[in-house]
Write a protein that binds this ligand. Structure first.
Ligand code: M6R
Length: 366
C-alpha cells in the first residue's frame, strides 16, 4: 500500500508531480488559453465582484491560503485576508454578502474550519471550498468549490495536499484575473504554460533527495531551526518549519526574511541552522543581504536556490537547487526540499513519521 516507499509521507512527497497534474488536468487548456472550473464558472460574477476574499483554514492549509493571498492580489487584484479558522470565529468578524470566503481543507472535516464556514454563511457571505476528500463535510457545506484531486493523503504531515491546494488556487486566481481583465492574454497563456511544466520541475527537485539526506544527517541533532523566505515564499518558510516541528519534534520557526532584524536575529549563533529560500527574482538581492547578516553571526545556512545560482553558493554552507520558474509558481518547487529535509531528519531520529505523537490526520474537535 505504500508502493515500495518506507512511509506514506515519502510516497506522498513523490506523488506530487502526478498529483499536481491531476489537479489541473481537464481544467487547464494551455493551447486554447482556457481554464474551466465549474464551481468558479457558475459563480464568476459573485466571486470576481467580491469586495474582498477571506480565506479561512488551519495548519498547512492556512499556509496554502497565505500563498494564495499573494497570488490572488498579484493576478486578480482582489483584496485578500487570510485567517486561522479558529480565530476568525471567535472575534465577531466583520463580514457581509459582498465577501467571498474560501475555506481550504484537505480532509474537509476540520472542526474549526467548518465552524468558520457556518458563521460566514450566517452573515450572508458566499463560501467556496477547496477540499481534497470528495464528499467531505466541508465540501457539502460550501456553496461551491473545487477539489484538489491529490488522491488520499495518509501521512499526518500534509505534503501533496499543500502543493495541489496552491495549484487549484492559482488556477482560480488566473481565471478571475482573465475575467476581470487584470491579466493580459499573453501573460495568461504564459502562466498556463509554466504551470504545465511544474510537474516535470517537481521531479527535478526530487532528484536532490540524496543530497538533502546528507544535509539532514549533519543537522539532525539541532534543537532549533529557523526558516526564512520573502514574498510568495514567506508562507513556504512557515510550512517548512511546521513540517520539521510536527514530525521531528525539533523546535522550528518560520519568518519573513526581513523580520530577522526585528528580533529573531538575536537567536543566531554557530548552533543555529537557518533554512533560507533564496530563489532568483523573489527579492533576491535582499535575501542575499539577509544571508550575509546570518553568516556574520556564524549561523549555518541551508539555502534553497534557483538552478545555476552562484552568488548564494559562495555564502551558504549548503545549497539545494530547484529549477527556475516564474516567481508566483516557485512555492510549488521550493516546498519540495523542505518536505524532504524534515522527512529525513525525522527518520534519522527514529520518529514515527506517518503518525507523529499527539497528532491526528483530521482535527475534528474545536
Ligand atoms: O484537513 P485540513 O487541511 O483542514 O487540516 C488542517 C490541519 O490540521 C493540517 O494541515 C495540519 O496542520 C497538518 N498536520 C500539517 O501537516
Amino acid at each position: 500500500e505504500k508502493g515500495g516507499y518506507e512511509h506514506f509521507m515519502l510516497k506522498e512527497i513523490y506523488e506530487q508531480p502526478s498529483a499536481i497534474s491531476d489537479t489541473y488536468r481537464g481544467r487547464m487548456l494551455p493551447d486554447q488559453g482556457i481554464i474551466r472550473m465549474a464551481g468558479v464558472d457558475d459563480n464568476i460574477e459573485r466571486i470576481s465582484n467580491a469586495r474582498r476574499i477571506l480565506i479561512v483554514a488551519c495548519g498547512t492549509s492556512w499556509h496554502a491560503g497565505l500563498v494564495a493571498e499573494y497570488i490572488f492580489e498579484d493576478l486578480a487584484r482582489i483584496p485578500v485576508e487570510v485567517e486561522y479558522a479558529s480565530e476568525f470565529r471567535y472575534r465577531n468578524p466583520i463580514i457581509s454578502e459582498n465577501d467571498v470566503v474560501i475555506a481550504i481543507s484537505q480532509s474537509g472535516e476540520t472542526a474549526d474550519t467548518m465552524a468558520a464556514i457556518k458563521l460566514a454563511k450566517e452573515k450572508g457571505a458566499f463560501v467556496f471550498g477547496v477540499c481534497n476528500v470528495v464528499g467531505s463535510s466541508i465540501s457539502r457545506e460550501t456553496h461551491a468549490g473545487a477539489y484538489t484531486h491529490a488522491g488520499p493523503e495518509i501521512g499526518v504531515a500534509s505534503t501533496k495536499a499543500f502543493t495541489t491546494q496552491i495549484t487549484v488556487l492559482t488556477l482560480m486566481a488566473l481565471k478571475l484575473a482573465k475575467h476581470k481583465g487584470t491579466i493580459s492574454n499573453s501573460d495568461f497563456r504564459f502562466h498556463l504554460q509554466e504551470l504545465e511544466r511544474i510537474p516535470e520541475k517537481v521531479k527535478e527537485a526530487l532528484n536532490s533527495d540524496e543530497h538533502i539526506r546528507g544535509i539532514a544527517d549533519i543537522y539532525k541533532n539541532a534543537t532549533n531551526c529557523l526558516y526564512l523566505g520573502r514574498g510568495f515564499n514567506f508562507p513556504v518558510a512557515l510550512e517548512g518549519a511546521l513540517k520539521l516541528k510536527e514530525i521531528s519534534y525539533i523546535h522550528a520557526e518560520g519568518y519573513p526574511a526581513a523580520e530577522m532584524k526585528h528580533g529573531p536575529i538575536a537567536l543566531i549563533d554557530e548552533q543555529m541552522p537557518v533554512v533560507v529560500i533564496a530563489t532568483k527574482k523573489g527579492h533576491y538581492e535582499k535575501v542575499v543581504s539577509n544571508i550575509q547578516e546570518i553568516k556574520s553571526r556564524k549561523g549555518k545556512i541551508i539555502a534553497v536556490v534557483t538552478h545555476g545560482d552562484t552568488e548564494v553558493r559562495e555564502l551558504a554552507d549548503h545549497v539545494i537547487e530547484v529549477p527556475e520558474t516564474m516567481e508566483s509558481l516557485t512555492p510549488l518547487l521550493t516546498t519540495i526540499p523542505l518536505q524532504l529535509l524534515s522527512y529525513h531528519i525525522a527518520v534519522m531520529l527514529g520518529k514515527n513519521v506517518d503518525q507523529p505523537r499527539n497528532l491526528a490526520k483530521s482535527v475534528t474537535v474545536e
